[in-house]
Design a protein around this ligand. Structure first.
Ligand code: C2O
Ligand code: CU
Length: 547
């Protein structure tokens, strides 16, 4: 395995979109940011140099960082922020990941512009478990905000309600020709007829699941979240914020250009979010003058098509081959049941909460606990054995109250006010865990893309309605469940995952909708050290940022 080096300079850079120019925080002046390319098992050293004027941290989403949580990145979970003018040399330890992952800022809302792909090629001398593509194409789905993102974030926290919508969705940083002033910049993906392309895609949007389709072309999904899947042919894609998908695209159609389009998926009324569509163009090589606009993909699901979203995600299967075997825990030592809720809580003294009549603000919770981010890093406190005043270890294994979680109306939001606290769940080294996420409908029901740091998990089951162990555990797929790190728990439904807590450290788990994690939909697993010397957290690097 190789040792690779990258330098990430965090800096303000001017970009022009939607008819106006603004300064935004970038890495190396790029939006989206630079791609890291490595091979399975490599170590990547990234020197992060903060030349901006905000605190920042960087997270390597989906990289397990075996025994080395120090470089994981979530602010106040594993580290204190890198202050303006400071540096932090982060070690990205690849192990069994292969395919596509991504990196992004993990402090305030700066990930809106600070993100990029991580491409993990097979080891030298090994190949893809599918025919070698002719070329690879990155697609980063994101958003553009006319307002400075820090201002959007501060208004959102202070106002207590929903955040402002972004002004456009983007494909590789461009809104596309359906938006004002965006025709010339529209992303063009140039292909040669007869060739096959491997598309590596991430949904880097802040607050939206996304539907994606290419007119007249179906795609074959071959990977997700840094692991291979069985080939899945589809004429549209659903992708959650945080998730990555790898798919093969055959350039096999007769015309010269086709629309690539993406819009968000949201089971809520359309007035609550931006329901515009971002486009790019799939352009075949050759000499021609486009005579008419490209055909629009008729297979792109409607914004509220819950079945389209559920069916796509539930169709993913692990490759589960001899070269890429799976290891689903069959006996479970620890069974957890976590409810995911949106709540309303009294307005704190330092906020105005004008969005909800100056009296209350939205919050979000897991098992009725709204995660209160400490002001020093949990990892450092745990490692030094000084957790008092930083966190407690009483996160409940089951919700404090049983009710009809998925009842769509008539549920009293004050059914239970969440407790605002910093609680963690301790796991023994190598403990096998089954965790069922149950969506609830307290204030609102919506898909929650849940993401776990430091581990991949197997998604063994999912469904609509209230989870019933006796009935639903019989439907589990223990043969080829997909191996993922981010999974959308369906609106008014549940998802069951299994994993082995084999990575000692402090690992954040949270909803990857930015507004929900900001409202407190997160918690922390601490995986204890094992007995042997090679099952313990490695020592911290000398340049950990101080608080
Ligand atoms: Cu992609 Cu904790 O994040
Ligand atoms: Cu959520």
């Amino acid at each position: 395995a190789a040792l690779l080096k990258y330098t990430f300079v965090v800096q303000e850079t001017n970009y022009t979109r939607l008819c106006s120019t603004k300064s935004l925080l970038t890495v190396n002046g790029l939006f989206p940011g630079p791609t890291i390319t490595a091979r399975r098992g490599d170590t990547v050293i990234v020197d992060v140099i903060n030349k901006g004027d905000h605190n920042i941290t960087i997270h390597w989403h989906g990289v397990k960082q075996p025994r080395y949580p120090w470089s994981d990145g979530p602010e106040f979970v594993t580290q204190c922020p890198i202050q303006p003018g400071a540096n932090f040399s982060q070690k990205v330890l690849l192990s069994d990941e292969e395919g596509t992952l991504w990196w992004h800022a993990h402090s305030d809302w700066s990930r809106a512009t600070i993100h990029g792909l991580i491409v993990i090629l097979p080891r030298l001398g090994t190949t893809y478990p599918f025919p070698q593509p002719d070329q690879e194409v990155p697609i980063v789905l994101g958003e553009w905000w006319k307002t400075d993102i820090q201002t959007v974030f501060e208004n959102f926290v202070d106002g207590g309600g929903d955040p402002a919508n972004s002004d456009a969705l983007t494909i590789n940083g461009q809104p596309g020709d359906l938006y004002n002033c965006s025709i010339s910049g529209t992303t063009k993906i140039k292909v040669d007829r007869g060739k096959t392309y491997l598309v590596r895609m991430v949904n880097a949007a802040m607050n939206n699941l996304i539907f994606f389709a290419i007119a007249n072309h179906s795609v074959t999904v071959v990977g997700s979240d840094g692991a291979y899947t069985k080939p899945l042919k589809s004429n549209y894609i659903t992708i959650s914020p945080g998730q990555t998908l790898d798919f093969l695209l055959e350039a096999n159609q007769p015309s010269n250009h086709y629309y690539i389009a993406a819009r968000l998926f949201n089971g809520q009324p359309s007035s609550r979010f931006d329901n515009t569509t971002t486009t790019a163009v799939l352009q075949y090589a050759g000499n021609y003058t486009p005579s008419s606009p490209p055909v629009f993909p008729g297979t792109l699901p409607a914004f509220n098509d819950r079945n389209a979203s559920f069916n796509f995600t539930a169709s993913l299967r692990s490759l589960a081959s001899a070269e890429h075997p799976i290891d689903v825990p069959l006996t479970i030592k620890r069974t957890l049941f976590y409810t995911l809720s949106i709540n309303a809580i009294p307005c704190p003294a330092n906020q105005t909460c004008e969005a909800i009549r100056n009296t209350s603000r939205f919050a979000a919770s897991i098992n009725n606990i709204t995660f209160d981010m400490p002001s020093t890093a949990i990892l450092g406190a745990y490692y030094r054995g000084i957790n008092r005043g930083v966190y407690g270890d009483d996160f409940p294994d089951v919700p404090p109250l049983k009710f009809n979680y998925t009842q769509t109306s008539g549920l009293n939001a004050s059914l239970r006010l969440p407790e605002v606290a910093t609680e963690v769940t301790m796991l023994k080294h190598n403990e096998t865990v089954e965790l069922v996420f149950q969506g609830t409908n307290l204030v609102a029901g919506i898909d929650h893309p849940m993401h776990l740091h430091g581990h991949s998990f197997y998604v063994v089951g999912s469904g609509f309605g209230n989870y019933k162990r006796k009935r639903d555990s019989l439907t589990y797929n223990l043969v080829d469940p997909p191996h993922m790190q981010t999974i959308a728990v369906p609106q008014n439904g549940w998802t069951a995952i299994r994993f082995k807590a084999d990575n000692p450290g402090v690992w954040f788990m949270h909803c990857h909708l930015e507004r929900h994690v900001s409202w407190g939909m997160g918690m922390v697993f601490i995986v204890r050290n094992g007995k042997s010397a090679d099952a313990r957290i490695l020592p911290p690097p000398p340049d950990m940022p101080p608080c």
